[in-house]
Design a binder for this molecule. Structure first.
Ligand SMILES: C[S@@+](CC[C@H](N)C(=O)[O-])C[C@H]1O[C@@H](n2cnc3c(N)ncnc32)[C@H](O)[C@@H]1O
Length: 225
């Protein structure tokens, strides 16, 4: 059994209804979701992330926006179960990184070898990245810049269909790119809705493999060719 199953059950003790910790409109059906707090991803998102990592077996994973580290735990747990891969997670607030490391220590210290925490701005991290292209990414930092992070990784505004091109900038061919907080209804209840991010994701998704969950805070997956 995947170790996360027991970890998630432990977190569930502290879980609240998503509709109690984050403002939502009726169409988002938040009463059907659970989360620890309004800043950390929903339990359903943690489960889905873990399943995606289990399915696609990535080797090098990027997360923008570590927060308290729950999504990192979900990803790293699946990497460990896969027996390969490593997560690089980036957060610019040192005190938040400290909380994430504390949670890692308390919930699943065995996952420490599968995660590297980077303290700094995601755009600086992406600009200076010289490792291999990422084959899995979760964009979960500031809503104003998530699509910009994605485009910086691509290093081009278009995704190439040319099989001769080995990667799309710092994203591998076939990379699975996940975006959290993509609800198109967000502007009805939140001040930070960013229609530019939605428009950019719609543009990049054209002709590609993609999937959108419209419920709760919203989640999108785009798989590069
Ligand atoms: C939504 S929270 C992340 C939640 C986390 N992924 C989870 O669900 O467990 C977003 C985090 O991104 C961080 N952040 C925002 N802009 C950033 C930037 N430009 N560079 C690095 N971190 C950033 C914030 O400090 C915050 O902790």
């Amino acid at each position: 059994m995947c170790a996360l199953t027991s970890s998630v059950l432990a977190w569930r003790v502290h879980m609240k209804l998503e509709s109690q910790v984050h403002p939502h409109c009726t169409a988002e059906q938040a009463h059907l979701f659970s989360s620890v707090d309004g800043g950390s991803a929903e339990l359903e998102v943690l489960s889905f992330l873990s399943a995606l990592v289990s399915l696609f077996k990535p080797t090098i994973v990027l997360e923008t926006g570590t927060g308290k580290g729950y999504t990192s735990l979900a990803i790293a747990d699946a990497l460990k179960t896969n027996g390969r891969g490593h997560l690089h997670t980036v957060e610019f607030d040192p005190s938040t990184v400290a909380v994430a490391k504390q949670n890692l220590e308390q919930v699943a210290p065995e996952l420490k070898a599968w995660i590297t925490h980077h303290t700094g701005d995601t755009r600086e991290f992406i600009s200076s990245w010289s490792g291999p292209p990422f084959d899995f990414a979760l964009f979960d930092s500031d809503l104003q810049i998530r699509h910009i992070e994605f485009e910086m990784l691509l290093c081009a505004s278009e995704i190439s269909e040319d099989p001769e091109i080995p990667s799309h900038g710092n994203l591998a061919r076939g990379a699975v790119c996940c975006f959290h907080d993509t609800s198109r209804f967000r502007g009805e209840t939140m001040h930070d809705f960013n229609p530019e991010m939605i428009a950019a994701l719609d543009r990049h998704s054209q002709g590609q493999q993609w999937l959108e969950c419209p419920y709760s805070r919203g989640f999108r997956v785009l798989r590069l060719p």
